[in-house]
Design a binder for this molecule. Structure first.
Ligand code: A2P
Length: 317
């Protein structure tokens, strides 16, 4: 059961605020606005290079007494340069210091891809560490210790294929609570959802609106847009809703957590209101027909220039 507020079940509110691509100068107000509007779930990562500003906003709001830490769900992620077991705890502690909290609700392995320590983004093949030399299970053991030490309540992964998730589940002492993956009508990933349902793993949909503000370097030519698709617009008109609300309601209707990013108060409000939009069987059938296995964030940025990683190996496809 997904919830829309913290209800003691240990599960995140089903709609959270995404902070990827929110510039440091804008994210502080966005987080403050979101918390004022009623968001209680913030999705963060050190590689977004804005955790200190997100933390500043969280601290400011908590200091007003309007929201207490116990009513917030805060997720962050382990960057690829800190997979070595002896680096995991320090990476999490740095994130805690930046976010100005003393525990996370959820800490995720950001990618099944490892870099040498200190590499934010690889410039050559030498900056990578192959997974054979840095097995996920070794990283996971250190993640498990962070739960035991009270630094995070839950642990999980992002961008894991079914095969990688299955392998992890077989070895883990604490099974992953979450797989955060790209999900939207062009990339519906039904087999992944079925696998996760079966294992009791929650799924978070990132880029639920199609992530149109990605930097040009991360975009392909002639990308399809989601918000403008005629079917999405038709369903929106049917419900007197916006296309963004339809995309979010579609994700919520599939029992996935959605984390739309916005830095504009009116859109933050609009996006949160999607929790009240229920799509019917006809809407869901119309949208189901849009699936084309299309990734906006396909990981190809980890595969060039002598990298030991390939797309086939990343997605096990
Ligand atoms: P902005 O931050 O300027 O509001 P995703 O969550 O898939 O990564 O998509 C984020 C992109 O979608 C950003 O460009 C964001 O812009 C935009 N966006 C967020 N909410 C809405 C909305 N309600 N309508 C249209 N675009 C939106």
């Amino acid at each position: 059961m997904l919830t829309f507020s913290l209800d003691g079940t240990g599960k995140p509110p089903a709609l959270g605020l995404g902070t990827w691509k929110a510039a440091p100068g804008a994210v502080q107000d966005a987080v403050k606005d979101a918390l004022a509007i009623g968001y209680r779930h913030i999705d963060c990562a050190p590689i977004y290079q804005n955790e200190p500003e997100v933390g500043g906003a969280i601290a400011e709001v908590i200091a007003t007494g309007r929201v207490s830490r116990g009513y917030l769900w805060i997720t962050s992620k382990l960057w690829n340069d800190a997979h070595a077991p002896d680096r995991v705890r320090a990476a999490l502690k740095k994130t805690l210091a930046d976010l100005r909290v003393d525990y996370l609700d959820l800490y995720l392995v950001h990618w099944p891809v490892a870099f040498k320590p200190g590499v934010l983004f690889p410039r050559s093949g030498a900056d990578y560490v192959p997974l054979e030399d840095m097995p996920i299970i070794d990283t996971w053991r250190a993640m498990e210790e962070c739960v035991a030490d009270g630094l995070t309540r839950h642990i999980g992964v992002c961008n894991f294929s079914v095969a990688k998730l299955d392998a992890l589940c077989r070895q883990a002492t604490i099974p992953p609570a979450m797989n955060q993956i790209e999900l939207h009508p062009y990339l519906q990933q039904e087999p992944m959802l079925a696998f996760c349902r079966d294992k009791g793993i929650l799924v978070t949909a990132y880029s639920p609106l199609g992530s149109g503000d990605r930097p040009a370097a991360l975009k392909k030519k002639d990308e399809p847009t989601l918000l403008d698709h005629p079917v999405i617009q038709k369903v929106a008109a049917r419900h007197r809703a916006t296309p963004a609300q339809v995309l979010l309601a579609w994700g919520l209707g599939r029992r996935t957590v959605v984390i739309p990013k916005s830095v504009h108060p009116e859109r933050l409000r609009q996006n949160l209101a999607a929790i009240n939009l229920v799509l019917d069987a006809e809407d869901m059938a119309d949208i189901a027909a849009l699936d084309r296995g299309y990734r906006f964030v396909d990981g190809s940025f980890f595969t060039g220039g002598g990298s030991p990683y390939s797309l086939a190996q990343l997605w096990d496809e």
